[in-house]
Ligand binder design. Structure first.
Ligand SMILES: [Mn+2]
Length: 371
């Protein structure tokens, strides 16, 4: 496992091969990137439900807690945060993870994991594990789980359906972003036929904001400023602001979407202190600028429309650096840059985005700031 990012990479396989390996195991560990989000948790609980229905043992694991807004999912409270070193699994499935570093240092060793099967959909990921299946065309990792279930002839039960639906909502912005495709919508329709109630899910995910989050939003909007002739919006959230709002960092999830949603803005940036030191930059674009590429330049990564990275230095220095890079990227991406291009045109650009949660999962090295 330790050497698998060397020249001899993991086997990139077909869905059938990955499905066969998972189906052959009776004792499976299921995990995802640190700081799990709706796609990873949703796809994992769906997979766990499917495996258990076949009489297999499926253990859900992540060192970080499942966010409160996702705990209501079936098995959402059954995630283990620690594993005994003596436990042995035949197969470990990792979902929604573009880079081994995003699993953190606590990821169990090969004698515990058994064969590691990675199911992912990030473009430009760094393949890892023993079996690596990645399809950037899949709107969410849940789509891969659904394809696998179909291939194996495993019927989706209502619990699996709910997990897959949340996975879709999470990564498509509830069917708004440019990764929303026919397959995602067909799968969603199938899940609704299986009993998923779209309003109940939306209400649970999006209509239970805390007042703390609203106060934090007010603080964050107060920090918003436009640069690059109005084409870049930068928002900052500091620990002081979180405190003043009597909020938690959990309340800041997705506030970055307010930056991109401004008319005329092509790149939205949220800057926050990073837990491990340095500054976390969350970047959202309308597609003209490749957010994943910009963040990769700083050792992070992600999708075209949503990515993240960690910079060294203080908040102001990070803002200045990202502003400079975006100014350059905007100059290159737009043949005829205008001070205020119509947002409606920009919105039709080829965006591949996946936002719901913050994107440490996309960054290559969330735990240590860059030098
Ligand atoms: Mn995802």
């Amino acid at each position: 496992m330790e050497d698998e990012r060397g020249p001899v990479g993991p086997a990139e396989v077909t869905l059938a091969q990955a499905a066969a390996r998972i189906a052959a195991a009776s004792d499976v560990l299921l995990t995802c990137h640190r700081r799990p989000d709706g796609d990873s948790v949703g796809s994992l609980v769906a997979l766990a439900t499917l495996l258990r229905a076949r009489g297999k043992r499926a253990t859900l694991y992540n060192p970080d807690p499942v966010p409160r807004r996702l705990k209501w999912l079936p098995l959402g409270r059954n995630f283990r945060r620690k594993l005994a070193r003596t436990i042995r699994y035949q197969v470990t499935v990792v979902t929604d993870c573009a880079d081994r570093a995003l699993l953190g240092r606590t990821f169990p060793p090969p004698e515990v994991t058994g064969t590691v099967v990675v199911l992912d959909h990030h473009p430009h990921g760094t393949p890892f594990g023993d079996i690596y299946l990645c399809d950037p065309e899949a709107a969410s990792t849940g789509v891969l789980v659904a394809r696998m279930a179909r291939h194996l002839g495993w019927p989706l039960d209502p619990d699996a359906a709910l997990g897959l639906y949340v996975s879709l909502c999470s990564d498509t912005g509830t069917f708004r972003y440019a990764n929303t495709n026919a397959e995602a919508l067909r799968l969603a329709a199938e899940l609704v036929e299986l009993g998923v109630d779209p309003w109940q899910v939306a209400e649970t995910l999006y209509e239970r904001s805390s007042m703390g989050r609203y106060r934090l939003l007010a603080e964050a909007l107060g920090s918003l400023r436009l640069v690059c002739a109005g084409r870049v919006a930068i928002m900052t959230i500091t620990a002081d602001m979180v405190e003043r709002a009597s909020a938690t960092w959990d309340d800041s999830v997705d506030l970055v979407s307010y930056t991109r949603a401004l008319d005329g803005v092509e790149c939205g940036v949220l800057i926050t202190p990073s837990r491990g030191g340095g500054v976390r930059v969350s970047l959202r674009t309308k597609g003209g600028v490749d957010a994943g590429q910009v963040c990769a330049g700083f050792g992070g990564g992600g999708h075209r429309g949503a990515a993240g990275c960690i910079l060294s230095g203080d908040l102001a220095a990070a803002a200045a650096r990202i502003e400079a890079v975006l100014g350059e990227a905007l100059g290159e991406s737009m043949p005829a840059p205008a001070p205020a291009p119509p947002a409606s045109d920009a919105a039709t650009a080829d965006v591949v985005t996946s936002v719901r949660d913050d994107e440490p999962r996309h960054g290559a090295s969330p735990e240590k700031p860059l030098p």
